[in-house]
Design a protein. Structure first.
Length: 138
């Protein structure tokens, strides 16, 4: 039962985050990201969706694989293309969150893993909000 409550919570939070992102206003054309960055972010999204599936199904191998894939994305030069003052802080927080998720997966911890996934997702949302505000301010 305890695991079911955690998974239901995880799914509800993920759905709320997706809905919140979908309802944000469109950005002006002048602040649209470069295609290379869009591709990188799409790759990150694909991996995080696979992570959600792995968390919900307790597929530890897939969870570790996908967290390593995201860790590798953070080493891609496109990851640091933004030169906004707070971006490095957000990026570091994201990397800490992905390492925490990877550690929880390696420990096969059914309590820490969903919480680490939610923390990771919140880092994505916070950084995207920051970047949207920074670009609009330009």
């Amino acid at each position: 039962m305890r695991c079911t409550v955690s998974m239901a919570f995880l799914i509800a939070v993920s759905a709320a985050l997706v809905t919140a992102g979908a309802s944000s206003p469109a950005r002006p054309a002048a602040v649209v990201q470069a295609p290379e960055v869009n591709t990188l972010m799409r790759d990150k999204l694909t991996h995080t969706q696979k992570i959600l599936e792995a968390v919900v199904t307790s597929n530890w191998f897939e969870l570790e694989t996908q967290t390593r894939e995201i860790e590798q994305l953070t080493n891609d030069p496109r990851w640091t293309v933004f030169k906004y003052p707070e971006y490095a802080k957000h990026s570091a927080e994201f990397m800490r969150a992905i390492r925490a998720l990877h550690e929880a997966a390696a420990q096969r911890d059914l309590d820490k893993t969903p919480k680490a996934y939610v923390a990771l997702t919140l880092q994505c949302v916070e950084c995207h909000r920051y970047l949207a505000r920074a670009r609009i301010a330009e």
